[in-house]
Design a protein around this ligand. Structure first.
Ligand SMILES: Cc1cc2nc3c(=O)[nH]c(=O)nc-3n(C[C@H](O)[C@H](O)[C@H](O)COP(=O)(O)OP(=O)(O)OC[C@H]3O[C@@H](n4cnc5c(N)ncnc54)[C@H](O)[C@@H]3O)c2cc1C
Length: 593
């Protein structure tokens, strides 16, 4: 007994010297424990737009809440954090799947949660997983009047219109979130005769728009489809504003290749405005949206009529029967390297892409298998001013579309008209030293455009990654990128003289020429990325998909970037959002008949 007591006494003394609290809050990972202490811990990770700061709450040894205190991710893509958060809480694990289409946001969020968890002092084995994420249960077969494949702008416009015409509709989306390229787009919309043009007294007409689209596409477009787009663009914009509830800014942008300023800008210059309002309408109309559901093949009856689609939902194969029709709205193939190279060998892996990962041309492949006609597949557009590291389109560079910047090369010279067509500028950039261009603008352009505020996260990220410099003098800005400073100063002086004289003698830049004034000055480096695939399924003016013999494929409609022959060799900026709205609505209307 005496022996037992003395052993206990020694143990008590040792524990007293060590201090119980210290074991739970170790300073180094060597001292990690296998138990998680309840409490709230803060952690930081880096997402697409900068820091993501989270507060992780542990209750009863388990993850009970994750509060995102700070983030600068694009609206819509930030939903990825909500998806991961609920998976982490459901499984009591940090190692849940990333959200496809939002890889950088997912990685930043996970790092932030891991950082917070490290502060518990426990090692990760202390989190006992409570199983896998429960997927929403699905039947093996569904039937609706109209099945829409793809929940981007075209698919959602089609679905809402079909429902408004009395059809019951199901929308399939292969990604965890709706939106596709429309979500990450600027959402700018070309509409001749729009309310801002009227207010500002800018003359425009459907005929002028029609001619611009044809000229922009080198007359390789189908004039009958262009006519439909030109004549219905304004009605589509009004539908989005008045019926869908989309809000627009008070200014317009002047996109290259247009003969007049006619491009509407949605709230915050982001496609999120369009997608969030379209999905709100979808919900209001109780149209089911089956996410994480990838259509894989079209189903036909013995007469060749399309009667549905097979889709994959995890391991489950689901049959979706369409009483009336299937609408293909799966977007383009800018993110499918094999397909790009198959149709245009110049579009290889040396060129990055602005597109979401879901833009893999699935609808084109599925429809081709049942005899659909493909058109213009080799016409792939690059966007001239993209991030040299990620390929993303740089919205801060929209200062160019405000007519307030010039593009120069390493030698400090302008080399192209800054409001030229995208393909012309891209081709010119590729010819310059290092295959990059440097966009130059001044403080008043920065302030007037408001772009450093609207796209604050992108702006800060570019500065951090040394892709954009703000400097007090032209020389200092030029030196940052090793541009010939003396030549750049001469170029700016020359441009200012052109502005004074009202004529750009070198490149005949369209629009009003505004001279550069006081510093600070800005220079941003960029290069072209694959942006838009003009080719796709051949449709007629009713949005029916055509077969290789020129016949209509019964029961199959298509709208949006999945189609071809509308933009010819080259799509003009802001024409796609008009296109997907106009043809989305036409497809919805006709599919519901
Ligand atoms: C960064 C960027 C900026 C842009 N800015 C503008 C702009 O300001 N103005 C303009 O006019 N154009 C712009 N564009 C072009 C324009 O956004 C697109 O052409 C347009 O949004 C395409 O719309 P969509 O509905 O056809 O396709 P998407 O919006 O891409 O939608 C297609 C959807 O289908 C889903 N899908 C694909 N395959 C399947 C399958 N097998 N099963 C189920 N679902 C599937 C995809 O995941 C996606 O959600 C921009 C493009 C990008 C990339």
């Amino acid at each position: 007994m005496k022996r037992i007591l003395s052993v206990l006494l020694v143990l008590i003394l040792i524990l007293g010297m060590t201090g119980c609290g210290q074991a739970q809050t170790p300073e180094s990972t060597d001292e990690q424990t296998s138990e998680v202490k309840d409490g709230t811990y803060e952690g930081t990770g880096v997402g697409r737009g900068g820091n993501i700061v989270v507060e992780l709450t542990i209750s009863n040894g388990k993850i009970s809440d994750i509060n995102v205190k700070e983030h600068h991710e694009t609206s819509g893509l930030s939903d990825a954090m909500d998806i991961m958060k609920s998976d982490m809480i459901a499984t009591n694990s940090i190692d849940v799947d990333s959200v496809s289409g939002a890889t950088i946001t997912s990685a930043g969020f996970r790092t932030a949660v891991k950082d917070a968890f490290a502060k518990t002092g426990a090692d990760s084995s202390a989190l006992v997983s409570t199983g896998t994420v429960e997927r929403e249960k699905r039947e093996s077969e569904y039937t609706a009047d109209v099945i829409v494949v793809g929940a981007g702008g075209a698919g959602l416009s089609a679905a809402i219109t079909a429902a408004d015409n009395g059809a019951d509709v199901i929308v399939l989306e292969k990604m965890p979130m709706p939106g596709g390229n429309t979500l990450i787009s600027g959402g700018e919309y070309a509409a001749p005769g729009n309310w801002i043009q009227v207010k500002e007294g800018i003359e425009d007409s459907t005929e002028q728009f029609y001619n611009d689209i044809l000229a922009g596409g080198d007359y390789e477009n189908d004039p009958s489809l262009v006519r439909i787009l030109a004549e219905n663009a304004l009605d589509g914009a009004n539908w989005l504003k008045d019926y869908i509830g989309m809000e627009f800014e008070d200014n317009m942008l002047f996109f290259g290749g247009h003969s007049v300023e006619r491009s509407l800008v949605p709230k915050n210059a982001s496609g999120y405005e369009m997608i969030s309002k379209l999905t709100a309408k979808l919900n209001e109309k109780n149209i089911p949206l089956h996410k994480n559901t990838a259509a894989t093949e079209l189903i036909q009856n013995q007469d060749g009529k399309v009667t549905g689609v097979k889709a994959q939902y995890g391991d489950q194969t689901i049959t979706y029967n369409a009483n009336k029709a299937v609408i293909m709205a799966t977007g383009g193939f800018g993110a499918n390297l094999d397909m790009r190279v198959k149709y245009n060998k110049d579009m290889d892996d040396s060129i990055l892409s602005t597109n979401t990962v879901g833009s893999t041309g699935d609808g084109i492949t599925m429809a081709e298998k049942i005899g659909a006609q493909l058109v213009d597949m080799g016409f792939i557009q690059t966007y001239p001013t993209c991030d040299t590291q990620s390929g993303s389109l740089l919205y801060v560079g929209d200062v160019r579309m405000e007519g307030r910047s010039i593009l120069v090369n390493k030698e400090g010279h302008r080399f192209v008209e800054e409001l030229e067509r995208r393909d012309v500028i891209s081709n010119a950039v590729i010819e310059q030293t290092g295959g990059v261009s440097y966009m130059f603008w001044d403080e008043s352009a920065m302030k007037d455009s408001g772009l450093a505020v609207t796209h604050e996260a992108e702006y800060n990220g570019l500065i951090l990654r040394k892709q954009l410099v703000k400097a007090d003098t032209i020389g200092e800005a030029a030196d940052f990128f090793d541009i010939d400073a003396a030549e750049l100063k001469k170029t700016v002086e020359k441009y200012n003289q052109y502005a004074k004289d009202g004529k750009d003698l070198e490149f005949n830049k369209r629009g009003e020429l505004v001279p550069f004034g006081e510093g600070p000055y800005y220079i941003m480096v960029s290069k072209p990325s694959v942006h838009h695939t003009m080719g796709g399924l051949k449709i007629n003016t009713d949005a029916n998909v055509m077969g290789t013999n020129g016949e209509v494929i019964d029961g199959l409609f298509a709208a949006g970037e999945v189609t071809g022959d509308i933009h010819g060799t080259n799509r003009l900026g802001s024409d796609a959002i008009a296109d997907i709205t106009v043809f989305g609505r036409i497809a919805g209307q006709n599919a519901s008949k």
